[in-house]
Write a protein that binds this ligand. Structure first.
Ligand code: AMP
Ligand code: MG
Length: 406
């Protein structure tokens, strides 16, 4: 057996980010920036009002109070999108809206809440002072005209997309989302909802793995269901490796007599067969087939999910250009609400748990149910994996590391 970190290192060593591609901004969410982005223009582009009210001279309203209003002559109204047409002189007020360009002459806003009367003509009474410069947004307050905005390697979230839009970018260079194929293997498997003959079960791994890929922002490609037959597995694997940037198979990688995935992969690619010191998901295969990374995940439904999380996902995130510190999910400390018992072996147990914040402000974890690697339902109910190192497990009230999966 090898430690998880060693298995992961072997995976990461053979996963390399693809080259850059230009995509429209609306297709860039969740992808990794493949260029350094400089602003090119100031944001906001001009000084503007931060509040609704009246653009005035601070010195005119310095003595204003509720029982001592200052009367000013209103010279017009300026909305967002408008253009200032005249200078605001002493004794005057220009009615102004948030986002309207700053008019010459004025140096502060008497916010509408501290004024009385007046529309866009006539007189307004100001009931409170405002310091010079208050409620005026300078040009370039968010971004100056020539500055680095984002570095290559930044993972683009909604805020990043918005900033790129704010500087007029319509396209951006990113590492494209990897296309990842999913192949199920096994003579016992049935796709869909037809009647089951004796000995048959339904193929759930393909649906699960395709969904995991979509959740993580990869392009999921269904490579179907292969029989336990060398020719069928070979044909599907070869075709899959050609059309995809990575392939996930499930089943057929253990020591059974019909584990042909193993045989075929050995013959086609440069494979590493691993026994990883984790529970579930001990058997795992990884290799490169014609340049395409292939992940041989174990067949048991929970094992395939856990090895996806711990071994495949980091490699796929690397293909997607994620920086090293974002390839592996960081653990969070939680308090065990009840004993988390583990088998006495020398593998690290990844226990399916429900982790929620408690009234004490800390995370709390409890078992999500049965821990067999074939029991998919508790895995579906779980939102986290508790990491239990070899040893006695964790008692109620003790802390445990959890990987929060949602
Ligand atoms: P294997 O790794 O092929 O020996 O499979 C281990 C266990 O996982 C067996 O009980 C298989 O029936 C089950 N299994 C394999 N592939 C799938 C799948 N796609 N969906 C559900 N169960 C599977
Ligand atoms: Mg099988």
């Amino acid at each position: 057996m090898i430690p998880l970190e060693e298995a992961r290192a072997r995976v990461l060593a053979d996963c390399h980010a693809a080259g850059a591609a230009r995509v429209r901004l609306d297709a860039a969410l969740g992808l990794v920036l493949a260029e350094d982005v400089d602003s090119g223009e100031a944001v906001p582009p001009f000084p503007s009002s931060a509040m609704d009210g009246y653009a005035v001279h601070a010195s005119d309203i310095a003595g204003a109070a509720g029982d001592h209003p200052v009367r000013l002559q209103v010279i017009g109204t300026l909305a967002a999108g408008g253009t200032p047409e005249s200078t605001v002189r002493r004794g005057e007020a220009l009615r102004i809206m948030t986002g309207a360009p700053w008019p010459p002459g004025a140096d502060t806003v008497a916010i509408v809440e501290t004024t009385r009367g007046a529309g866009d003509a006539g007189q307004v009474e100001v009931l409170a002072p405002a310091p010079a410069g208050a409620h005026v947004r300078p040009a370039g307050e968010d971004l100056t005209e020539a500055q680095r905005v984002f570095d290559r390697g930044t993972v683009l979230g909604p805020g990043h997309i918005g900033v790129l839009a704010s500087i007029g970018r319509e396209e951006v260079a990113v590492v494209p989302a990897p296309r990842v194929g999913v192949l199920s293997t096994g003579d016992e498997l049935v796709a869909g909802g037809g009647a089951l003959r004796p000995g048959q079960i339904r193929d759930s791994n393909r649906a699960t793995l395709l969904a995991l890929l979509r959740r993580d922002g990869f392009t999921a490609v269904d490579l179907g269901l292969a029989r336990d037959d060398e020719a069928d597995i070979r044909a599907r694997l070869t075709a899959g490796a050609e059309r995809c940037d990575a392939v996930l198979t499930s089943g057929g990688v253990s020591m059974g007599d019909f584990d042909f995935v193993r045989k075929v992969l050995d013959e086609l690619g440069d494979m590493n067969w691993m026994q990883v010191a984790i529970r579930p998901a001990k058997p795992f295969a990884f290799g490169v087939l014609g340049g395409t990374p292939v992940f041989g995940l174990p067949g048991n439904p929970v094992s395939s999910m856990v090895s996806y999380e711990l071994l495949a996902r980091p490699g796929l995130r690397r293909l997607a250009g994620y920086p090293v510190d974002a390839q592996v999910r960081p653990p969070v400390r939680a308090v065990a609400d009840a004993t988390l018992a583990r088998p006495s072996d020398d593998r690290t147990t990844y226990m399916r748990v429900v982790a929620r914040p408690g009234a004490d402000g800390r995370f709390h974890a409890r078992s999500a149910g049965g821990q067999g690697s074939n029991l998919l339902w508790p895995m579906a109910l779980a939102n986290a994996l508790a990491v239990l190192a070899p040893g006695r497990g964790v008692e109620a009230g003790e802390e445990v590391d959890v990987l929060v999966l949602e």
